[in-house]
Design a protein around this ligand. Structure first.
Ligand code: FAD
Length: 408
């Protein structure tokens, strides 16, 4: 298992002054900058029947509100603060990034999830940009003027992504890209997509070699049907690449190496997912605690019933355990460790804790838990999604078992 190069005698869960300041400033930013934009749109953001076109696409006013939040956040220095200073980030540690993502998930303000760069924002994969790619893609993405997407999943492969059918073949000085992706987050709105394609057959390059990442601009691909997931309507879509001709300067990173590049950034993605899960879980438990102390049934506060109080107690235990794993995982990344097993444990454990807590919190609120104007079912749907994206529960458990020596 991963061990830190240096060991210290104590373990600290304290928040350093700089991180504390970032968390406070984030909270103020959400209150002062995000909330007025969300308030202007009112129910449009919280009622699932509003804010979308009939096919699920987000309406222009919602898209503009999201853009405004991202731009303001980039100006304030929050948006991609985990990225290296050399590309315009703040180089904050993985621990601080974990805490910021968690803190943000606890803010009950629609649009707050746009403050920190999510799947449409710049990620370490894009930080590999070189030459003209920096000015054309990376810098505008850092300033939130452009958004992107990450295209790996296809109709025929999801978890088994090295078996992808999308191909890029050499023709003279160019690459010719053909294939189809689906479930690509932010694809309907992105300015460019980072697309994974096989460039050398598995027989020659091995299962994980031979895959290259290409930057493809929005006027070079076709968006097919939206893949509307309950809880993320309008955010994912099919993308079709039909004889797209790309020059070498569209290769992100090095040819045939994209799978390994992506693997080295997996830990950070899982830290973000874990942080979000813990933040939502803690917020839900706060809401449930207030409700349990107020709502009466059969002449008693419902919190007096062990069936209710134990749901909250179990949830608190799981949220604390998930948070502890999250901090350990982020700390390992800061030590330069890949945290493969730990980030899979975090992704699996925190997502399942979030899911169970969200389900219990719906139950504690009774019919009010199911009401669409209340946020509880929305959180339940988000939790369910987290158990599938970026490596399903089963794939995380496979990784954990393998990392701890089970021959599979
Ligand atoms: C909301 C949302 C957003 C998404 N965003 C993106 C994105 O931005 N970019 C992108 O590329 N993809 C994205 N995806 C796709 C997502 O990454 C895949 O859905 C996921 O990897 C699983 O692939 P699959 O759906 O094809 O399931 P499959 O791989 O077909 O798996 C089906 C079932 O079999 C199980 N299974 C498969 N293999 C094994 C195994 N070896 N051992 C045990 N069980 C196994 C799985 O765990 C699952 O339960 C998104 C999906 C959703 C729902």
């Amino acid at each position: 298992m991963a061990q830190s190069a240096e060991t210290s005698p104590g373990v600290s869960f304290g928040t350093d002054d700089e991180t504390e300041l970032i968390l406070q400033s984030l909270e103020e930013f959400v209150e002062q900058e995000v909330k007025p934009i969300a308030d202007d749109l009112g129910e449009t953001l919280t009622n699932p029947r509003l804010g979308h076109e009939p096919n699920g696409r987000l309406t222009d006013e919602v898209l503009e509100a999201r853009r405004e939040v991202r731009r303001k956040s980039a100006e304030a220095g929050f948006y991609a603060m985990n990225m290296p200073e050399a590309v315009g980030g703040e180089d904050v540690s993985a621990v601080t990034w974990y805490r910021a993502n968690k803190h943000l998930a606890k803010q009950d303000v629609p649009l707050a999830s746009n403050v920190l760069a999510g799947p449409g924002g710049p990620k370490p994969l894009l930080a590999q940009a070189e030459g003209e790619q920096v000015e054309r893609y990376l810098e505008p993405a850092m300033r939130a003027e452009k958004t992107t997407a990450f295209g790996q999943t296809e109709p025929g492969v999801g978890s088994d992504s090295p078996n992808m059918e999308t191909r890029a073949e050499r023709d003279g000085d160019e690459w010719v890209l053909n294939g189809q992706k689906q479930w690509i987050t932010n694809a309907p709105y992105a300015d460019f997509i980072q697309v994974f394609a096989r460039t050398t057959p598995q027989e020659e390059a091995g299962r994980h070699g031979g895959i290259t990442c290409f930057i493809v601009e929005s006027d070079e691909y076709e968006i097919g049907s939206l893949n509307n997931a309950v809880g993320a309507t309008g955010m994912q879509a099919e993308v079709h690449f039909d004889d797209v001709r790309l020059s070498d300067d569209r290769v992100l990173g090095s040819v045939d190496n994209a799978f390994y590049d992506a693997m080295s950034f997996l830990g950070l993605g899982r830290v973000e997912i874990g942080a979000t899960a813990v933040g939502h879980a803690e917020w839900l438990l706060d809401e449930a605690t207030n409700y349990a102390n107020e709502r009466e049934a059969f002449g008693e506060q419902i919190g007096q019933y062990q069936a209710i109080s134990h749901k909250i107690a179990r949830g608190r235990a799981n949220a604390l355990a998930a948070d502890t794993v999250g901090l350990k995982c982020a700390w390992l990344l800061d030590q330069g460790e890949p945290a493969i097993a730990e980030s899979s444990i975090l992704k699996w454990f925190a997502s399942n804790a979030f899911w169970e807590i969200a389900d219990d919190v719906v139950q504690i609120h009774g019919a009010n838990g199911l009401a669409e104007e209340n946020p509880f079912m929305d959180r339940l749907h988000r939790a369910r999604i987290q158990r599938v994206v970026e490596g399903t529960d089963e794939i995380q458990l496979n990784t954990i078992a393998k990392q701890y020596g089970v021959e599979m």
